[in-house]
Design a binder for this molecule. Structure first.
Ligand SMILES: Cc1cc2nc3c(=O)[nH]c(=O)nc-3n(C[C@H](O)[C@H](O)[C@H](O)COP(=O)(O)O)c2cc1C
Length: 360
């Protein structure tokens, strides 16, 4: 019991560190991959800005704009307040919302309310969250089963369940869950009874992985590519605080590990609904993502500082992002999100190199 308490407080401290570090530090790889996506300007848009309709559907849910606030938190004191702010703004702007990993609440039901608070808001798409490392056996620790997945969904009245694939984070963090054998089988087991979204968390997704996940029966992908929040960078900062030089070096070495987000969107397009996450900074980046094949864009790190300040600050940020999206749609002459998806996009720079080499 004492061991469990200690484990609980370690997880709580880690979650707190994540929020603090992600809000304060620049964790990106130093190259803006989304700037490699160029939308072709139309001097004669032949539509009025007022006509632009940003609404769209994903996983059968209607959003007012193709934007998901990506999974960030839950399971410790401050998280309830943060999730309430995120949910209130998702309700107001009609956006999707993911909660952070719910493992903590499955282990300790007292923590459930830090996630369940999102049910108090009319959020059009709620995404539950568990990690693949918890779906496979880690040493002596048993794996979760589909009933746990159903309980996580129930906790927030979710429409889909994201299973995060975060082995980059697990391998760089102290005592990470590094058993990965049987991961695809576990996805298949869960997908046979639950609407599963396979979600990377910043290291991107290859076509081969996307095809395997499709074969396992997932209903969608969140490609979570390189370009924004890097959990290797997060661990670098945590190791520095802990004066753990070897972990610090490990975090630094893998800082920009992964497949860039726009490259992942193009290569992992296997005909499943797809959330493009990883370094999106603006509504223009959301437009770029839709234009190259994503159903919607996901944002975490970009929204966190405002979310910590409060509802008014986050509302202001989200309004700006939706206005940018609308402006981009106007300038390519797209009346709605379907037309945006058909607009012409060029891929240049490092993302072009990646794609050319991947197709060799
Ligand atoms: C503070 C923080 C906590 C996160 N926790 C989770 C989590 O519990 N589960 C998950 O699937 N992803 C988690 N993520 C990853 C994000 O959902 C997202 O995939 C990643 O940050 C890349 O998006 P970004 O570049 O817009 O930040 C977290 C991100 C941040 C910033």
């Amino acid at each position: 019991m004492e061991g469990e308490d200690r484990q609980g407080s370690l997880i709580e401290r880690r979650k707190n560190d994540h929020i603090d570090i992600c809000a304060k530090e620049d964790l990106s790889p130093g190259y803006q991959y989304w700037d490699d996506i160029r939308l072709l300007h139309r001097s004669l848009p032949e539509i009025d800005l007022d006509e632009v309709d940003t609404s769209s559907s994903v996983f059968g849910r209607r959003l007012s704009a193709p934007i998901v606030i990506s999974a960030m938190t839950g399971g410790f004191g401050k998280a309830k307040e943060i999730n309430a702010v995120l949910a209130s703004v998702a309700e107001k702007y009609g956006l999707g919302l993911g909660v952070g990993s719910q493992r903590a609440a499955l282990e300790n039901s007292e923590l459930a309310e830090t996630y369940a608070v999102v049910r108090d808001y009319d959020v059009p798409l709620r995404i539950a969250n568990l990690g693949l490392p918890q779906l496979v056996r880690q040493g002596v620790r048993a794996s979760l089963d589909p009933e746990d997945g159903a309980a996580a969904m129930e906790m927030i009245e979710a429409h889909v369940l994201a299973i995060h694939l975060n082995y980059l984070q697990e391998v760089v963090q102290p005592e990470g869950d590094t058993c990965a054998r049987g991961g695809l089988d576990a996805m298949e087991r869960f997908a046979s009874s639950l609407p599963l979204v396979a979600k990377e968390t910043g290291a991107g997704m290859s076509r081969d992985t996307a095809l395997r996940l499709k074969g396992a029966g997932v209903v969608g992908l969140d490609v979570g590519g390189l370009g924004g929040t890097s959990f290797s960078a997060v661990e670098y900062y945590r190791a520095r605080q802990a004066k753990d030089v070897s972990r610090e070096n490990l975090g630094k070495a893998f800082w920009d590990w992964g497949i860039p987000a726009p490259v992942s969107v193009v290569t992992a397009n296997v005909g499943l609904p797809m959330i493009a996450t990883g370094g999106l900074r603006s509504g223009l980046d959301v437009a770029r993502a839709v234009c190259i094949g994503a159903s919607c864009g996901g944002m975490a790190g970009r929204l966190l500082p405002a979310a910590l300040e409060g509802r008014a600050e986050l509302e202001q940020e989200v309004k700006m992002i939706v206005d940018e999206l609308r402006a981009a749609m106007f300038l390519v002459g797209a009346r709605n999100v379907d037309e945006l998806a058909e607009a012409h996009a060029l891929v240049v720079g490092r993302s072009r190199d990646w794609l050319d080499h991947m197709m060799e």
